[in-house]
Design a binder for this molecule. Sequence first.
Ligand code: NAP
Ligand code: F7E
Length: 370
Amino acid sequence: MSKNIALITGVTGQDGSYLSEFLMAKGYEVHGIIRRSSVDFRERIAHLEGEPNFHLHYADLSDSMSLVRLVGKVQPTEIYNLAAQSHVQVSFDSPEYTADVDAVGVLRILEAVRANHLEKICKVYQASTSELYGKVEEVPQNENTPFHPYSPYAVAKLYGFWIVKEYREAYNMFCCSGILFNHESERRGETFVTRKITLAAACIAHGKQDCLYLGNLDSLRDWGYAKDYVECMWLILQQDKPEDFVIATGIQHSVREFTILAFKYAGITLEFKGKGLNEVGVCIAGPSELIGKELVKVSEDFYRPTDVVNLWGDPTKAKEKLGWNPMTTSFEKLVEIMVKHDMAKIAADNAAANIRKTNLAEYLEKGIVK
Ligand code: NAP
Ligand code: F7E
């Protein structure tokens, strides 16, 4: 039997790291694309480096020659195109770069497969997004809901969705999009709202931060666990025919609800008062020094020129055709996992800082450091 060889773009990201673990456990040879950086951004995959079935290569989604060369060298049987400028708010500040990577980057991957004559051998998964529904035209959203992208990120991802469909029809390629709703984890980037909240709840509980500033608290999302979602990416490529799928939990919560629950797991009970920019989250139970304090405030800085406020996915097709269970990890469990992780991280950072302080005091006393 021929070997399964996966090429993952975006391997250093949240999803890329979980997908690498998932595929390696299935016996795949995994190749990942990394970019040169002056600092080390490989902490999510550091534990995989050195494994005999895990290989990293320099390439960039904005550099078509690097992709053509790499696809030719690796000869993948499956490509998972997860690389993207993935932050919606950042896409308003860097719209051209976002379009280059998130839209044209998809085309470059498909063309790299064609240039190497691998159309019949290599399947392609494209990381599409619920942001395509944007200013939503119906709730909940399924595979037939019309798209209405509402940010430069979403517009770029819409091109990616359509070019995948076009290459499927024009060249008979096995290429599909997973329309994934928000999925989070303890590996989530620290500027996405969930991780920003869980880290802040942990810092505030440990006395390392006074207040958390957020934007739109009313925004509604269908949040799942990233570790559960990478299984769907693989399942989508194991079907007999290439199709697009919505991946979601089917349950919706607001940013405010996420915040209340995260603080609860950090031992702090919050009550929200006021409206709009004047809304605050006040501590009504928890550590005595925090009682009565305004721990959450709203800042205009985190409002977006256009914001997507009502995402709610319908995972019926994924349940029926992929046999996938969207309820493996509940919303409550997801928030608990993230807060527990961040409480332990901040406690460990504190302990390390204390050791450094003690060492420094000792060195100063001994005259080793001046
Ligand atoms: P993430 O943590 O932000 O990771 C993005 C990855 O893309 C990183 O590995 C990054 O590399 C890489 N990348 C960015 N620009 C690149 C370029 N020009 N060339 C090569 N690599 C590049 O994102 P994620 O949450 O794992 O999401 C994975 C994919 O799913 C993305 O396409 C995202 O848009 C999409 N998506 C995510 C969600 C979600 O809720 N997480 C939902 C729907 C769709 P560096 O480490 O070098 O920056
Ligand atoms: O925002 C609101 C914000 O940045 C969620 C990406 O993975 O999922 C992600 O995009 C909501 C928005 O994720 C803050 O206005 C309030 O309504 O966590 P987020 P996102 O924009 O939904 C989709 C599916 C992707 O495809 C993307 O790649 O929360 N919000 N206050 C805030 N958001 C942030 N970041 N920071 C705040 O302070």
